[in-house]
Design a protein around this ligand. Structure first.
Ligand code: FES
Length: 575
């Protein structure tokens, strides 16, 4: 079969006789009742990530139906297919551990199944990153449709939402300020509708970045999951997929260095999730682009936080949508964006901004000269404890702790943390620096969102709400606090966190971008020489666990598998 084969003639199963392959495919697909007319149409695959284990994707069946409708209205043949689906709270040990599996599954299905374009229906934190990694590698024309954010709930007259308020109420419960009956009641109200977390967590951040990079139709990032507009957006995506199938507008033409740089600008301007830094690095790696931490920090200093959403600010995604969604964000950021990037509409970002509806008065998105936070929602730290870099979401930190020096209290693992954090005899004060190690990509494994270490109960009960915390783990995009994350290389790979001991002074200076373990170099060299990797756990001998441990990279490389990145890298972002 020639390379320019279309539709059902693409990618024939190999029997050594192409005509026989087509004949056999036709025989089987006819068993599903398709006509010759249907089978001659452009084929639009739809990645269906609906799952009983994924609350954020509860509306996927409706979305898939709407995409199918849009495809058929444009004369195409919609073909949904299932992929791995990941929800944050239903994946053991973490959804991050399985993101690369979802990316591999999706990539290989995009390659294996006959299609002219694909609509990728994702939403919960790791799903759209996995789909964009897959689209980048398979380079099949593709459009992302997000499931959309959930609506906020209400508790005793106060608006609440997953999951910034989950953490706030849990911290109050741990401090004894509220009891079990109330925390149970709150659990029933935090997520009142289907959809992704209703704050600027990872899912919302990734949706905004995907719209900004041009892989989603305009307006798609913020429409609530349960609004009828969400289905109209999905229908439009189906129709547009038929058009890009005809034009062969491929992800590599859309996800350019400039487009990914625009996405990083948006991440910073929306006060987005630190997890998005890892995911963007992984997507870039698939395109042969390395994330330059120092350049990212530089654009951070000149990109203020404009969006007043939790966990950095006050509002919810529903409020952002009513304020115009990404329209006011892109309009405000226009001077800082590359406007010549082409998106799935075939138009440039500059043309899309020209087509935006007129602005109206709102208080969710600020102007460049009146930001929520000036310069750098996420900062990159360097120093002898930062190794190849660590990051902090300074816009969600306690300002008084951004320059801080205190003695380390070290937890060797998640298990050690769970056993000792609330121990009455834990030697800790509000000035201590909590260190969690062996919680990185290999160490945990799966780099769990454990970087938001709980405040030790005896301090929480005294009213302590924040402390400096450092780890090689990640943090939920919905969390807040003075939390240094993604220290690389991780302790399990012999990174500097492995050498810290209880009582060592640690100096954090975010304005100067430094993280320093104040221990003489000779002593650090001795500790480094004495370090030995932990024995491999018993369950690591086979299967995905073996593949994962052998090939997962560190945070600056997006925790992708080394063999999935495009090598050699040919460029760096941001530009
Ligand atoms: Fe799915 Fe938060 S748990 S987006």
């Amino acid at each position: 079969m020639s390379d320019d084969a279309k539709g059902m003639r693409r990618g024939l199963t190999r029997y050594g006789d192409a005509d026989f392959s087509l004949y056999l495919r036709k025989a089987f697909i006819k068993a599903m009742g398709y006509s010759d007319d249907a089978l001659a149409r452009p084929v639009i695959a739809i990645a269906d990530t609906g799952s009983a284990y994924n609350a954020c994707h509860a509306t996927v069946p409706e979305i898939v139906e709407a995409v199918k409708r849009g495809v058929m209205l444009a004369g195409g043949l919609p073909m949904p297919f299932p992929t791995v689906s990941l929800h944050e709270s239903f994946a053991h040990p973490t959804s991050m551990y399985l993101r690369n599996l979802m990316a591999m599954d999706t990539e290989e299905m995009l390659r294996a199944l006959p299609m002219d374009a694909a609509v990728l229906v994702g939403g919960c934190d790791k799903t759209i990153p996995a789909q964009l990694m897959a689209a980048a590698s398979a380079n099949v024309p593709a459009i992302v449709v997000a499931t959309g954010p959930m609506l906020p709930g209400s508790h005793q007259g106060e608006r609440i939402g997953a999951c910034t308020d989950c953490r706030r109420f849990w911290a109050r419960f741990r401090a004894g300020a509220i009891g079990m009956p109330e925390i149970e009641e709150i659990a029933g109200r935090l997520a009142p509708t289907a959809g992704t977390c209703g704050v600027m967590g990872t899912a919302s951040t990734i949706a905004c970045m995907t719209e900004a990079m041009g892989m989603m139709l305009p307006g798609g990032a913020s429409i609530p999951a349960v609004h009828a507009d969400r289905l109209r957006h999905a229908e439009a995506a189906g129709t547009q997929a038929v058009r890009i199938a005809a034009s062969s507008l491929a992800p590599s033409q859309i996800m350019t260095p400039k487009a990914l740089s625009n996405a990083l600008r948006v991440l910073l301007a929306v006060g987005g999730s630190t997890n998005a830094v890892i995911h963007l690095a992984a997507i870039a790696g698939r395109l042969g682009l390395a994330l330059d931490y120092d350049a990212f920090d530089r654009i951070g200093r000149e990109t203020p936080v404009l969006v007043d959403l939790k966990p950095t600010g006050r509002f919810y995604m529903d409020d952002l949508h009513r304020a115009g969604g990404m329209a006011p964000v892109l309009r405000a950021l226009k001077p800082l964006l590359h406007l010549d990037c082409v998106g799935v509409t075939g138009r440039t970002l500059g043309e899309e901004i020209e087509r935006l509806p007129p602005a109206w008065p709102q208080e969710v998105v600020r102007a460049l000269d009146n930001p929520i936070h000036r310069g750098g929602s996420i900062a990159v730290l360097r120093g002898n404890l930062a190794g190849d870099g660590a990051i902090i979401k300074q816009s969600a930190a306690t300002p008084e702790l951004l320059i801080h020096c205190g003695p380390a209290v070290v937890f060797d693992s998640l298990e050690d943390l769970a056993q000792r954090i609330d121990a009455p005899d834990l030697d800790v004060t509000p000035e201590s620096v909590l260190v969690l190690r062996n919680a990185g990509p290999k160490g945990a494994p799966g780099m769990p969102e454990a970087g938001y270490l709980p405040i030790p109960r005896k301090l929480a009960e005294r009213g302590v709400r924040d402390m400096v915390r450092i780890s090689d783990a990640r943090m939920s995009g919905t969390a807040f606090g003075t939390v240094v994350l993604h220290a690389a290389p991780e302790a399990a790979a012999g990174g500097p966190l492995a050498w810290v001991r209880d009582g060592d002074p640690i100096a954090l200076d975010v304005p100067k971008r430094t993280l320093v373990l104040d221990v003489p170099d000779a002593e650090l060299a001795r500790r480094r020489a004495a370090w030995k990797p932990a024995a491999a756990p018993a369950d690591s001998a086979r299967g995905y666990r073996r593949l994962y441990l052998d090939h997962v990279q560190q945070a600056p490389q997006g925790c992708d598998f080394d063999f999935l990145a495009k090598v050699p890298a040919t460029g760096r972002i941001p530009v």
